[in-house]
Design a protein around this ligand. Structure first.
Ligand code: TYM
Length: 330
């Protein structure tokens, strides 16, 4: 079974990215049998909006190092940088010729992000899901571990793959999203109705994996709650506390019921203090490893191997696609 996923190197990944996606990569690596796992830095995706060049470079390296720091093991998976495998953009173009503008305009993320960009919406923002489809279809991935917000992009990937297969003959594996129920949508610490996002202008709303530990703990202590005062999982009436319970449960592996029971009769203060320590400990673990990795020369070796492996698979696929479509001489 082949599994692939990627993360954009915009800012440092948040606790949302970690719980919704990255932790699952490690779980898949360690618990799935016979899995060929590829994880990449989706740098091409991140230039659909204006980026500072130096910052982008730094974020690419940081994300790659974080993949190792959270426990991805280069002996068990392949890590690479998207732009270093040119077949992603090559396939993306062919897929663009099999996808409709109307389909792209209907994407929720396009609508949201383009509204923010005003008059200067780039074409890349519109075609973004097609590049994402190429990332997945290029490798015949069976499963794609992502958070809830990528579900629609996975659906359009399937539509494009099926359309292509029907038109040109069986070419692509139809991928399935792999979205775990719990943790697939971690919300802002300041607004429980808004997704935790690394591009949120309000920095109190998110925690990144490289946040200063004390600051991260304070963000949990100051997270909004409600006036009900009971630690209860209730999406409808207590969305903020529910989000914190979700984070707690995902980081400790403790069940929701057991957490509710533990804090029965206690206020939010104890609960938040414990959660602050849980988050602090998790970040400390990650950051300790991260600091070792960033000082060593392992990263380049890992990324070279990943690039070569991905490229080997991608070349075979793109040749097949060209042939099916009727491009070139052969
Ligand atoms: P990106 O970089 O926005 O997010 C990376 C992953 O984190 C998940 N995620 C969350 N999960 C839970 N709670 C949150 N608040 C939260 N915020 C983000 C996302 O669902 C995602 O899984 N388009 C993708 C990157 C990409 C990709 C791909 C993924 C490009 N090509 C191919 C899979 C396969 C993106 O922008 O993710």
């Amino acid at each position: 079974m082949r599994i692939i996923s990627g993360i954009q190197p915009t800012n440092v990944p948040t606790l949302g990215n970690y719980i919704g996606a990255m932790k699952n990569f490690v779980k898949i690596q360690n618990e799935f049998e016979d899995v060929d796992l590829l994880v990449f830095v989706a740098d091409l995706h991140s230039i659909t909006v204006e980026r500072d060049r130096a910052e982008l470079k730094k974020n690419i390296k940081t994300l790659a190092a974080l993949y190792l720091a959270i426990g991805l093991d280069p002996a068990k998976c392949h890590l690479f940088i998207q732009s270093e495998v040119p077949e992603h953009t090559e396939l993306s173009y062919v897929l663009e010729c099999n996808a409709y503008i109307g389909e792209m305009e209907r994407m929720i993320q396009f609508k949201e992000k383009s509204a923010k960009e005003g008059a200067s919406v780039r074409t890349g923002l519109l075609t973004y899901p097609i590049l994402m489809a190429a990332d997945i279809l290029l490798y015949d991935a069976d499963k794609v571990p992502v958070g809830e917000d990528q579900k629609q992009h996975l659906e359009i990937t399937k539509v494009i793959a099926e359309r292509f297969n029907n038109k040109y003959g069986d070419t692509f594996t139809i991928p399935e999203p792999y979205i775990l129920k719990s943790g697939a949508r971690i919300m802002s610490l300041q607004d429980p109705l808004k997704k935790m996002s690394k591009s949120d202008p309000n920095q109190k709303g998110y925690i990144t994996l490289l946040d200063n530990i004390d600051e991260a703990k304070n963000k949990i202590r100051r997270a909004v709650t409600d006036s009900i005062g009971v630690v209860k999982y209730d999406q409808e009436n207590q969305p903020a506390v529910t989000n914190l319970i979700n984070i707690y449960s995902n980081l400790t592996g403790e069940s929701i019921e057991s957490i509710e029971k533990k804090y029965e009769g206690l206020g939010y203060k104890e609960f938040k203090e414990d959660l602050a320590n849980i988050v602090g400990d998790e970040l400390t673990k990650i950051q300790t490893k991260y600091n070792e990795i960033i000082k060593s020369d392992i990263l380049n070796k890992v990324l070279d191997e990943g690039r070569d492996y991905a490229h080997y698979l991608a070349v075979k696929k793109i040749r097949k696609v060209h042939k099916r479509v009727g491009l070139g001489r052969e």
